[in-house]
Design a protein around this ligand. Sequence first.
Ligand SMILES: NS(=O)(=O)c1ccc(C(=O)NCC(F)(F)F)cc1
Ligand SMILES: [Zn+2]
Length: 258
Amino acid sequence: MAPWGYEKDNGPAHWHKDCPIANGKNQSPIDLINGEVKYDSGLKPLTAKYVPFSDAKFLNNGHSVQFQPSAGNGSELTGGPLAVKYNFEQFHFHWGNNDTEGSEHRVDGKMYPAELHFVHWNSTNPSFKDAVGSGGPNGLAVLGFFLKVGAENAALKPITDLIPKVKDAGTSVTVPSNFDMQAILPATLTDYYTYDGSLTTPPLAECVKWIVFKQPLEVSAAQMEAFRSVINRDGKPMGGNYRPPCPLHDRAVKTSFK
Ligand SMILES: NS(=O)(=O)c1ccc(C(=O)NCC(F)(F)F)cc1
Ligand SMILES: [Zn+2]
């Protein structure tokens, strides 16, 4: 099989051939159905402490555009459903070719135009890759933010302004050291859905504590258009780089809000 992607000949319906876990019972994304979630008063806010990066890259890896600092940067996530501290690894995006599609998770069947993932790994592991392979849903913690079209997102502007420099697969640029990642996050990380799931791209490992925020972030139409100019490994627009929802099976989705 050609390397995995999102086209007809290598998209999500094909992934099970290389990754049989694609048909597993803890796959992501899912449709977050408000009538089926359960409020958990024990779910506290999350705390993300993101420190400035000395050398970080913004890259096009052929299936997303990704911000990645050098390892061991010291940015951490704690609280919420997490029992231990998680280290920040990278953030990346999924988006559509129009405003009616693009997010991976859905809310009562509604898709947003894009979704931003902040990926963190359980600090009891020696490395990110060990955390992915650690078995069970506590290897990674991924924060998911829906993006909707509205006001320009000033915190994401340094990143969306770099997109033209990583238009082609395999390209990367250095991110200015004054980029403030903390500014992307809402002031308080309170209202979220959380459930045990997987990576949404191969190898689809079932190692993720998913934390999806109820409140979307806004980006301008121009910022959305910047994503839609990105090209994938086949020279086609990368838009549509989202996996459709997977069966919930016997998992519970908890909320930190009523
Ligand atoms: N879209 S997602 O679920 O946030 C997501 C997050 C991270 C990875 C990733 O690092 N894959 C490479 C690895 F780790 F070697 F398997 C894939 C998907
Ligand atoms: Zn993702």
